[in-house]
Design a protein around this ligand. Structure first.
Ligand code: IPE
Ligand code: IPE
Ligand code: MG
Ligand code: MG
Ligand code: MG
Length: 308
């Protein structure tokens, strides 16, 4: 039994979290030209105890496709940086106006609004600097394009835009198709791209890429449906953010359109499709103890019941 196959899934994800946290810490030391307050705000939000779902997906996808996860660490950091920037800006008074994130005061509450806006800007730029560290340069370029599209106007930012303005409109003017389109972009796109980056860095085969792309599409959508459910059903202390905010802000959430039970059913059906997407790997990975595959399977199994 080699070192990799002797891991259990929780040990494997703990190990990945450790690797990611160390890399994020190293990547945000900065030289004297970075103002101390800005450095503090960046590190406060980025290093706070998030689940690290997206970077774990990068590294797991890379290993599942036969790549060396060490090589994918800059890309894992890059997606977490985009995520952290999107959370800082999402929490601003002009967007969701939240005061609690990852169990701590939000960036603009701890510091101030200008600092939070600039910390987000810095993280956005830094994420592409991370990808610039990848070699060969042609691969770095492909990863930059992949992440830029996912974070850009037709994906994450576009989804955020429609999410914000949806609350000005009556529920009758919405539909489940519209809200699905918002969720796929504001949250699903970065999750899907995390898997795609892992594939790119592993030099995955076309079949591997297609399978993980499909997995990411369904899993990413299900992730935001369960985030909407947590807003209604969750415990604030466990989740680490203010809850019942979607209703308060007239957000177009899945429970608002389908009710809690309908949203749960939708999450479960979407997760079934995610689970099915992994079939290719089940049939084409002869290793008995395929921890990266088990890790993705486990994520699917536990997502509907997540408490944070
Ligand atoms: C929260 O994401 C925001 C959404 C896109 C739903 P996570 O639930 O992954 O937050 P952290 O990273 O664990 O704090
Ligand atoms: C956030 O969606 C999506 C992004 C940050 C891109 P939400 O607004 O639902 O996330 P939370 O609930 O504040 O974490
Ligand atoms: Mg929001
Ligand atoms: Mg929010
Ligand atoms: Mg939410």
């Amino acid at each position: 039994m080699n070192e990799k196959t002797s891991f259990t899934v929780p040990q494997y994800t703990d190990e990945l979290c450790c690797v990611i946290n160390t890399a994020l810490d190293e990547a945000t030391q900065f030289d004297v030209d970075c103002p101390v307050r800005l450095r503090e705000a960046i590190r406060y939000s980025l290093l706070a105890s998030g689940k690290r779902l997206r970077p774990i997906l990068v590294l797991t996808a890379c290993e599942l496709c036969g790549g060396d996860r060490q090589k994918a660490i800059p890309a894992a950091c890059a997606v977490e940086m985009i995520h952290a920037y999107s959370l800082i800006h999402d929490d601003l008074p002009a967007i969701d106006n939240d005061d609690l994130r990852r169990g701590l005061p939000t960036c603009h509450k701890k510091f101030d609004e200008p600092t939070a806006i600039l910390a987000g800007d810095a993280l956005l730029a830094l994420s592409f600097e991370m990808l610039g560290n990848l070699t060969p340069l042609e691969l770095a370029g492909r990863c930059c394009k992949e992440l830029a599209v996912a974070a850009g106007p037709c994906r994450l930012v576009g989804g955020q835009m429609d999410d914000i303005y949806s609350s000005n409109n009556s529920i009758e003017s919405g539909s489940i198709q519209i809200i699905e389109h918002i969720h796929r972009r504001k949250t699903g796109a970065l999750i899907r791209t995390s898997l795609r980056l892992g594939c790119l860095l592993a030099g995955a085969s076309e079949k591997q890429q297609i399978a993980l792309d499909e997995f990411g599409t369904y899993f990413g959508l299900a992730f935001q449906i369960t985030d909407d459910l947590l807003d209604v059903l969750g415990n604030e202390q466990t989740v680490g953010k203010r809850l019942r905010k979607d209703t308060e802000n007239d957000k177009w959430s899945y429970p608002r359109f389908l009710g809690v039970d309908g949203a749960k059913r939708e999450a479960e059906q979407t997760l079934k499709l995610a689970e099915h997407s992994l079939e290719y790997f089940r049939n084409n990975n002869p290793a008995q103890n395929n921890i990266p595959l088990q890790t993705l399977d486990n994520m699917v199994k536990h997502l509907a019941l997540r408490e944070k």
